[in-house]
Design a protein around this ligand. Structure first.
Ligand code: NAI
Length: 507
């Protein structure tokens, strides 16, 4: 083992996070001194970590000698003054600015002048915590995720006065602990909590418009995009008493930026105590830890399938044609649909109603399909009706697209389909973070895949669906909603034609 960059590390606050940081620091070879205002919290942390290492020995994944060495490196500190010899102190106490400020003011008087002080805050400004310090250059944010040993990313945050060398040392130490460091500017939500704003907030907006229910939105985003958890499953897991305040905090810290506007749905559920899985009741109800999910609406049998006509302006028109052929549809190729034809449109960002009117199609026979997603790469197709769509036409479209056994969801009309809206919002927020230089594009991708578990970084996601398509979705949604939250970031507009994950930018 190479010598750790910090040989003696103090941890203040040995709850969920402090304990996890202590574990990986001890494993990296540092002596770790644990301090908590509740003395029993230190004993609990040492016992829990000791038991964890013993279990690894039992499983043959750690030698008894190594476990003993780890345990030996974990030392209790009876008073804050015992941290005098630390070359790094990481704070993981209660999330309150006043308490953190006074802790660091005290610590600064205890440690040697060259020691580094770091905060694990997830929502406070690093610069604000450092404001009263004598040596703010030696102070940085070191934001880990829960559970620390499994979430292998850490945000290293420079306050306004932080010395760049301090951040580099913290990044190097993170690597020694087996983590991937990403460098973030001191901005609300840093990287992960900022980039994560698009997923839940846009999904909530879709529900609030009555376009689809929670379970349908979860199914669509898992099957079409490959998210491991749908946004409502995720909110149930995180619990709204944690996630709703984060949504509010980031929105307020950005002075009511419409992109981050939270939803009254989560505010009400939080007030009512319907916060998620831990209380057995959230967007889903839980029995024995498992979500109770209502079955999908069945595919209606259709005796006589009408012929199908496809709009000349449909997205991915050639692919849609091929798909219809593969499904055995009778395809009409005339200039306009016959009076019997099911009429398909595939808009990007626009709603089906507007498209039917603009293209002079009969709305009663018009159904939309989301073709942003390559049909071969998706496990689900999504159709949208408009308010005039006849039920026989909706049922015919549903049955036709389910013919090969692929799952189909039928949602109500809105600007953009579920995937278009959510993906475009995620990509746009990420693009704006690049524009603001919150972090480098590479670190953004790394932080989001490791910290949020998305199937792709947001910039790679934009490239997969096509930056020009994402821009079109946003432009058109801005027209449909007249809402500045869909205003495309200038970074996205510039990159629209050349690709988003192109990393060697000198802009
Ligand atoms: P926790 O409640 O599990 O542990 C906090 C510990 O700090 C407790 O043992 C408490 O006795 C101790 N403490 C409180 N005030 C103290 C003081 N003045 N001096 C010494 N010890 C004190 O909290 P958790 O979840 O570990 O969070 C700690 C920090 O980490 C917070 O700033 C939080 O925002 C941040 N964080 C939490 C994450 C999470 O998922 N729980 C993720 C990332 C950051």
């Amino acid at each position: 083992m190479t010598a750790p960059l910090f040989s003696t590390v103090g941890i203040v606050g040995t709850g969920a996070m402090g304990r996890g940081i202590a574990q990986i620091a001890a494993q990296a070879g540092s002596t770790v001194l644990l301090f908590d205002t509740q003395a029993e919290a230190v004993a609990k942390a040492r016992d829990a970590l000791g038991a964890q290492w013993d279990k690894l020995v039992e499983k043959g994944r750690l030698t008894a000698d190594t476990a003993a060495a780890h345990k030996q490196r974990l030392q209790p500190a009876a008073a804050l003054a015992d941290l005098a010899g630390c070359d790094l102190v990481v704070e993981a106490i209660v999330e309150r600015l006043d308490v953190k400020k006074s802790l660091f003011a005290e610590l600064e008087g205890i440690v040697q002048p060259g020691a580094v002080l770091a905060t694990n805050t997830s929502s406070l400004s690093v610069t604000a915590i450092a404001a009263a310090l004598q040596r703010p250059a030696q102070f940085a944010g070191y934001h880990f995720f829960n559970p620390v040993p499994l979430m292998k990313v850490v945000e290293v945050i420079a306050g306004l006065k932080t010395d760049a060398a301090v951040c580099q040392r913290l990044a190097g130490y993170a690597r020694q602990m087996g983590h991937t460091p990403v460098q973030a500017e001191d901005t609300p939500g840093f990287i992960v909590n900022h980039a994560g704003r698009g997923y839940g907030t846009e999904a909530l907006r879709i529900v609030s418009e009555g376009v689809a229910d929670f379970a349908t939105i979860d199914r669509i985003l898992k099957d079409q995009v490959g998210f491991k958890l749908g946004p409502f499953e995720l909110m149930d897991l995180t619990a709204l008493d944690v996630s709703h305040p984060v949504m509010e905090s980031i929105y307020r810290q950005y002075y009511d930026e419409p992109r981050y506007r939270p939803s009254v749905i989560t505010a009400q559920r939080l007030a009512g105590g319907v916060v998620g899985k831990k209380v057995g009741d959230g967007f889903y109800k839980y029995a024995g830890g498992a979500a109770q999910i209502a079955p999908e609406p069945p595919v209606t049998q259709v005796d006589e399938m009408p012929p199908v006509w496809v709009s000349t302006r449909a997205a991915r028109r050639a692919e849609l044609y091929q798909l219809l052929k593969d499904l055995g549809a009778k395809i009409e190729t005339g200039q306009s649909p016959s009076p019997q034809a099911l009429t398909l449109v595939a808009p990007l960002g626009f709603d089906v109603t507007t498209v039917a009117v603009v293209e002079r199609l009969d709305p009663a026979r018009t159904v939309g399909i989301d073709m942003l997603v390559d049909d071969a790469a998706t496990k689900r197709r999504v159709l949208a009706t408009n308010p005039a769509t006849r039920s026989d036409m909706r049922d015919a479209a549903h049955a036709l697209f389910a013919r090969d056994g692929k799952a189909v969801s039928v949602i109500r009309d809105s600007g953009g389909f579920v995937t278009q809206r959510v993906v475009a919002t995620i990509v746009n927020i990420a693009a704006d973070m690049c524009q603001q230089r919150v972090c480098s594009p590479q670190d953004l991708e790394t932080a989001v895949t490791l910290g949020l578990g998305y199937p792709l970084g947001p910039l790679a996601m934009g490239d997969r669906y096509g930056p020009a398509n994402i821009l079109e979705v946003l432009f058109n949604m801005q027209t449909v909603y007249g809402d500045p939250r869909y205003r495309p970031s200038p970074w996205l507009r510039r990159r629209g034609a050349i690709g988003l994950s192109l990393m060697h930018e000198e802009e």
